[in-house]
Write a protein of this length. Structure first.
Length: 214
């Protein structure tokens, strides 16, 4: 379900459940959290197989859980987001196709987001009756400003890659065929920087953003 690899100084975590659009099932959440927490290297790339990066939560599997199981799953999703934010090296999300709900949250907690030109972004939480973590809203506002974040969150509009780039939601858009090499090239550039200066810059940037309680 998740494959961890190392390419030079870059650690790579790849979600491998394309038949379900790499949805955040309980097993996927635990596997990604573990792979990211155990990753070695001077930079980290998170990406996925198939047409879609991640379609967000798997509502069918969620409904099959007991009330206790649902609470546990939500706590594990929260832990995944905390784990991504806590990575000690620069992180790059490499996204294509559907980047929806929790999939977009996952990308938002990375330092940089590289998107394919077919990527589309959506936060359907309000319409689906689910809650997004405040830290994810803060990361969205940090990237796009309050106006765009409000429209995206409250209206649930589907945002195509060009609009996402113009709004600052993503940092780079490439052809789908060039997506992974582009993300790896950017990650290698990050990995080649002096680690102490990279960490100082990342911490300073993180401190410049309001990070509300979970």
């Amino acid at each position: 379900m998740v494959v961890a690899d190392q390419v030079g100084d870059v650690a790579v975590v790849r979600m491998c459940d394309p038949s379900r659009s790499n949805a955040l099932t309980p097993a996927m959440v635990l596997s990604v959290t573990r792979a990211i927490s155990e990753a070695k290297g001077r930079a980290l790339v998170v990406h996925s197989e198939g047409r879609n990066f991640c379609s967000g939560g798997d509502h069918d599997s969620f409904l099959e859980l007991s009330p206790t199981g649902r609470r546990q799953h939500l706590a594990e999703i929260k832990e995944l987001m905390i784990t991504v934010r806590a990575v000690q090296v620069p992180t790059v999300a490499c996204v294509q196709g559907a980047v929806i709900g929790g999939g977009l949250e996952l990308a938002l907690h990375c330092d940089l987001i590289v998107a394919a030109d077919d990527a589309r972004f959506q936060l359907p939480h309000v319409a689906t009756g689910s809650k997004m973590r405040r830290t994810s809203y803060a990361a969205l506002v940090d990237r796009t400003g309050i106006g765009f974040a409000r429209r995206m969150s409250l209206l649930g509009d589907l945002v195509p890659a060009p609009s996402a780039l113009a709004a600052g939601l993503v940092d780079h858009v490439s052809r789908a065929a060039d997506l992974y090499p582009t993300a790896m090239s950017i990650a290698a550039q990050l990995a080649a920087q002096p680690q102490d200066m990279m960490e100082h810059a990342r911490q300073a940037l993180a401190g410049a953003v309001t990070d509300p309680a979970h």
